[in-house]
Design a protein around this ligand. Structure first.
Ligand SMILES: [Zn+2]
Length: 175
C-alpha cells in the first residue's frame, strides 16, 4: 500500500475529474490519524471516525459534500467531569481543477485531500466551553466536591468566624 492509499482523507477522483455529471459516493471508517482541535474539547488521535462522501464532477471542479461522525473528549469546564461529546457535522467544498484565489483547495494529481475540510468542520462544531449539563453547579471551592445545587443551599459547615457573628446577632434579637 502506498502512503496515499493509507491516508483516509485522500480521495482518488479520476472517475469524476473533468467528467461533468459523474458522481461517486464512498464510506470510510478509520481511526483519526491526528488530533483535531486544541481547546477543551478535542478529537484524540485513534478515535473512530466515519466519513461519508459524495463527489460530483462539475465543469470547474469537484464538489465534495460529506458527513463526518466521531467523538470528542473533554472535561466539563465547571466540575471537571470527563465528557464524551458526539460529533456529527456536514460539510461541502468545491475543489477547482486549477488553483484560484477564491478557493482554498484544489484537485491535485487526481486526488482531493479532505483533511483540512473535515478538520475545520469538526473543530468549528466543538463546544468552546463544554459542560456536563447546562445547569452544572461546578465544584465547592472548599471541599473540591461537585455541587448539586447553589452552595448556600447545601449543609456546608459555617465558617467559624461567621458563626461567632451569627451568635452575636442571635443574642441581639433575643433582647
Ligand atoms: Zn459539570
Amino acid at each position: 500500500m502506498s502512503a496515499t492509499e493509507n491516508d483516509p482523507f485522500l480521495v482518488n477522483v479520476i472517475d469524476v475529474s473533468h467528467r461533468t455529471g459523474e458522481e461517486i459516493e464512498l464510506h470510510r471508517e478509520f481511526p483519526v490519524p491526528e488530533q483535531l482541535g486544541e481547546g477543551f474539547a478535542k478529537v484524540l488521535a485513534g478515535t473512530p471516525m466515519t466519513l461519508d462522501l459524495r463527489l460530483d464532477g462539475l465543469h470547474d471542479g469537484i464538489l465534495v459534500a460529506g458527513n463526518v461522525h466521531t467523538t470528542a473528549t473533554s472535561e466539563c469546564v465547571r466540575c471537571l467531569d470527563p465528557l464524551e461529546i458526539p460529533v456529527q457535522v456536514d460539510f461541502q467544498e468545491l475543489f477547482p481543477y486549477s488553483p484560484t484565489e477564491d478557493f482554498d483547495y484544489t484537485v491535485h494529481e487526481n486526488h482531493v485531500n479532505c483533511e483540512p475540510v473535515v478538520r475545520d468542520a469538526v473543530v468549528l462544531s466543538l463546544p468552546f466551553q463544554p459542560l456536563c449539563d447546562e445547569g452544572c453547579w461546578g465544584l465547592d471551592p472548599e471541599t473540591g466536591k461537585k455541587l448539586n445545587g447553589p452552595r448556600a443551599e447545601q449543609d456546608a459547615p459555617i465558617d467559624p468566624r461567621w458563626a461567632a457573628l451569627q451568635a452575636l446577632n442571635t443574642e441581639k434579637t433575643g433582647e
